[in-house]
Design a binder for this molecule. Structure first.
Ligand code: FES
Ligand code: FES
Length: 420
C-alpha cells in the first residue's frame, strides 16, 4: 500500500480514547493480544510497539524509524494494519491486537510465512514482520489485488536489504494459492498470562473484582507462546522426609536464599515478589531485575509452581515457568524440578547448549542448597553463587568430590531425566 493510503488505512480502526495523565503516570489498559486478554499498567508515553516488546516480550514487532515511515512495526489493531510506533498503548483499551507471533507457530507457519521462506524473501529479516503483517492485511482487505498493483500496495514497508523482488513474489504466490482468501492468524491462543487477577491465565477477573493491590510491575509478566528456549528436568533424591523438604519450600525467603545468584527484594503480597539475579558465563555478566509469582503452592499434592521474568540493563530478558514436585520414596524424598526457560536479547548469545548447561547447573545448585537448608533448618551457610564458566567445566568433578566428602550425611543424588 502507498504511504498515503497507509495514513488512512493504517491509522487504526477506532477513535482513540482520550487519556489525561502525566507522562509517567501509570494508566491501566486492557487489550487482547494474540488471543490472550491482558492488563497492563503503563505510563501514557509508552507506544504500542514498546508495550508489546518491553512489557509483553513480543519482540517480533520491529521498530525502525519510530516515525510511521518504515512500516517495520506494523501490527493488526482490531483486524486492521496499524503502525505500532504511532499509537500509544493507553489509547488502545479494549482493542484486539495481532502481532507477527500470532500469525503462525514454528511448527505450523502461516501460508505467508511459508511463502516468504520458500521464495527467499528474507535476508536480514528485519523488515519481515512488517511485510508479513502488511501483506496479510492487504490480502484480507483486497483479495483481488493484482500482481502489477503489489509494488505500490506494499510500498509502505521499507526493506533496507532491498529484497523487494522476492518479497513481492512470495506475496503474489500466496495470493494465487488462496484465491478464496488467505487463512486467518494461526497462533492466537490463550497463553499463561499473569494479569492483575493473579490467576496466571488471563486478566478477565480484573483488578476490581480481585481487589488486590499488586504492584503494576508484577502485572506485566507474560510467558511467550511457543516452545521454550530450554527445557530442563532435574530429579534430586534427598534422604530426608517430605515434611523436612517442605519446611524449605513453604518458606519463600528461605527458598529464595537457595536460588543461585538470586535475592528477594520485595514482597508485594498475594504471591507476587520482586528480586534480583546474577548470571555470569565467561566475559558475559548479567544482572537481572525481575518479578515472580507463585501460581500454585500445594503441600498436600507436593507441588509448587512459579513463573518469573527478569530483564538486565542490556535488554537481555529471561522468563521461566518452574514446577517443583515432591514424592515420598522408601528412604526419603524425590524432588523434581521442571523448568521451561525463554531467553531473548544478549543472553540468547549463550547458545542453546551452553544456556542449557547453565540452567541445569543452576538447578543442581538449587537442589543442593534446598538439601542443605532442609537438613539444617536454616538458610545455606553462604550465598549460593551463580555458575561460572569454570564451574560448568569442573562441575562433574566437583560433584564427585562433594559426594565423597558428604560421607554419611544426608545424601542428595541428582540426575538429568530429560533435557531438550
Ligand atoms: S517503526 Fe513504526 S513505521 Fe517505522
Ligand atoms: S530483509 Fe533486511 S530489511 Fe528487509
Amino acid at each position: 500500500m502507498t504511504v498515503g493510503e497507509a495514513g488512512s488505512r493504517e491509522a487504526g480502526p477506532r477513535t482513540p480514547r482520550p487519556v489525561k495523565a502525566g507522562a509517567d503516570d501509570p494508566v491501566e489498559v486492557r487489550m487482547t493480544v494474540n488471543g490472550t486478554p491482558t492488563v497492563l499498567s503503563l505510563p501514557a508515553r509508552v507506544t504500542l510497539a514498546d508495550a508489546l516488546r518491553d512489557h509483553l516480550g513480543l519482540t517480533g514487532t520491529h521498530v525502525g524509524c519510530e516515525h510511521g515511515v518504515c512500516g517495520m512495526c506494523t501490527v493488526l489493531v482490531d483486524g486492521e494494519a496499524a503502525r505500532a510506533c504511532l499509537l500509544f498503548a493507553v489509547q488502545l483499551d479494549g482493542t484486539d491486537i495481532v502481532t507477527v507471533e500470532g500469525l503462525g507457530r514454528p511448527d505450523s507457519l502461516h501460508p505467508l510465512q511459508e511463502s516468504f521462506g520458500r521464495h527467499h524473501a528474507l535476508q536480514c529479516g528485519f523488515c519481515t514482520p512488517g511485510f508479513l503483517m502488511s501483506s496479510y492485511d492487504l490480502l484480507v482487505n483486497k483479495p483481488d489485488v493484482t500482481e502489477e498493483e503489489l509494488p505500490e500496495e506494499l510500498s509502505g514497508v521499507i526493506c533496507r536489504c532491498t529484497g523487494y523482488r522476492n518479497i513481492l513474489t512470495a506475496v503474489d504466490q500466496t495470493r494465487r494459492a488462496h484465491p478464496e482468501g488467505i487463512p486467518g492468524p494461526g497462533n492466537c491462543v490463550r497463553t499463561a498470562l499473569v494479569g492483575r487477577a493473579g490467576q496466571g491465565t488471563d486478566a478477565s477477573g480484573g483488578p476490581d473484582e480481585a481487589g488486590d493491590t499488586v504492584s503494576p510491575s508484577v502485572q506485566d509478566i507474560v510467558l511467550p507462546s511457543g516452545d521454550p528456549t530450554i527445557a530442563v528436568r532435574i530429579t534430586t533424591e534427598i534422604d530426608l522426609p517430605e515434611d523436612r523438604v517442605w519446611g524449605v519450600l513453604d518458606d519463600i525467603y528461605l527458598l529464595a536464599r537457595c536460588l543461585p545468584g538470586a535475592e528477594l527484594t520485595d514482597d508485594y503480597g498475594n504471591g507476587h515478589y520482586a528480586g534480583r539475579a546474577r548470571v555470569s558465563v565467561g566475559p558475559i555478566k548479567l544482572a537481572f531485575n525481575g518479578v515472580a509469582q507463585i501460581l500454585e503452592h500445594d503441600r498436600e499434592a507436593g507441588r509448587l509452581r512459579a513463573i518469573a521474568q527478569g530483564q538486565d540493563t542490556g535488554g537481555a530478558q529471561t522468563q521461566a515457568d518452574i514446577t517443583l514436585t515432591t514424592e515420598a520414596t522408601g528412604t526419603g524424598t524425590a524432588m523434581h524440578a521442571d523448568a521451561k526457560v525463554y531467553l531473548t536479547g544478549r543472553i540468547a548469545q549463550f547458545g542453546r547448549a551452553l544456556a542449557g548447561d547453565v540452567s541445569r547447573r543452576m538447578f543442581e545448585q538449587f537442589a543442593d542448597a534446598v538439601t542443605e537448608a532442609a537438613t539444617s533448618g536454616q538458610a545455606p551457610s553462604g550465598p549460593v553463587k551463580a555458575p561460572s564458566a569454570l564451574s560448568l567445566v569442573f562441575a562433574p568433578l566437583l560433584d564427585r568430590v562433594r559426594r565423597l566428602l558428604r560421607g554419611a550425611g544426608p545424601r542428595r543424588r541428582s540426575g538429568r531425566d530429560k533435557e531438550r
